[in-house]
Ligand binder design. Sequence first.
Ligand code: ATP
Length: 303
Amino acid sequence: MSIVTISHLRKTYGPYTAVNDLSIDVPEGCVFGLLGPNGAGKTTTFKCMLGLARPTSGSIAYDGQPLTPAKFDTIAYVPERSVLYDWMTVAEHVEMQRRAYASFEVKHAHELLAQFNIDPRKKTRALSKGMRTATMVALAIARKADLLILDEPTSGLDPINQRHVLNLIINESARGATVIFSSHQIGQVERAAERIAVIDRGNLALEGAVDDLKAGRKIVEAIFPSEALSLNGISRDGRILRVDRSGRIVRLLVSNDSAEFVAKLEALGGTGVRIVDLNLEDIFLYAVAPQETTADVVEGAIK
Ligand code: ATP
């Protein structure tokens, strides 16, 4: 069952298309990672989801219905930029949230703030960038929301607090909430997210369960004695989905029969040939990095 259904979302700013025909289903209870290069359209998508930006066309449904004020109250949002009031203390923000949301748990908010070493007596203007992010995350988690939309919730945090935020995200999902978050830290997304979508220049480049995206594909990697090597036409094999080359290193993305390509690369003089499992960073780069550039280099080197 999808908790959020984004259908053919398009958002333009004047002549510029920030999001183009984006369709994504987010299953209930899942941790969903939204990835994309700078300016890809992640924040715009979140804003459209929350009614903070008006879609040019397309629709967003929650449990099949458009966003209503009642539904809005069950969604906790951490925006990319701080929305804390400089002149208020952290404790006053906690109080403001308590008054605004019946489900908000003050005790839990203070526990979370303590975990991040944030003194609630501080005015938020005195908080560092990372502490502001942590404060917003703590306030969102204490909402006990059904859906959390977190736009770069680890931005500016040190590695310990980054890890803590990831654990909080996983805990939210464990209690049945759905979490959609964006991050440029792909390793973090890999750790927490069950499903991902990659947006590139406003378009959906890839979407699916992380395990499915990794399955059935391997990387065969080899080092060659010289950059000017011939791959003997291997790269035209239909089982090779992509060829990347960096100096003397050649990486083949293969759909199956990876052992066969190990033998082929060894026969061509490759050393240290190995089969590598795909990680999410590979999947992301394959989705957004233009293949022509890398493949051409290899083909160029063949001649
Ligand atoms: P980042 O990872 O850098 O935060 P993003 O994926 O969140 O990027 P968006 O903030 O959604 O990207 O921006 C998508 C594109 O839309 C960018 O090119 C941006 O300049 C443009 N854009 C966003 N908001 C506006 C606006 N209010 N007016 C004009 N252009 C905008």
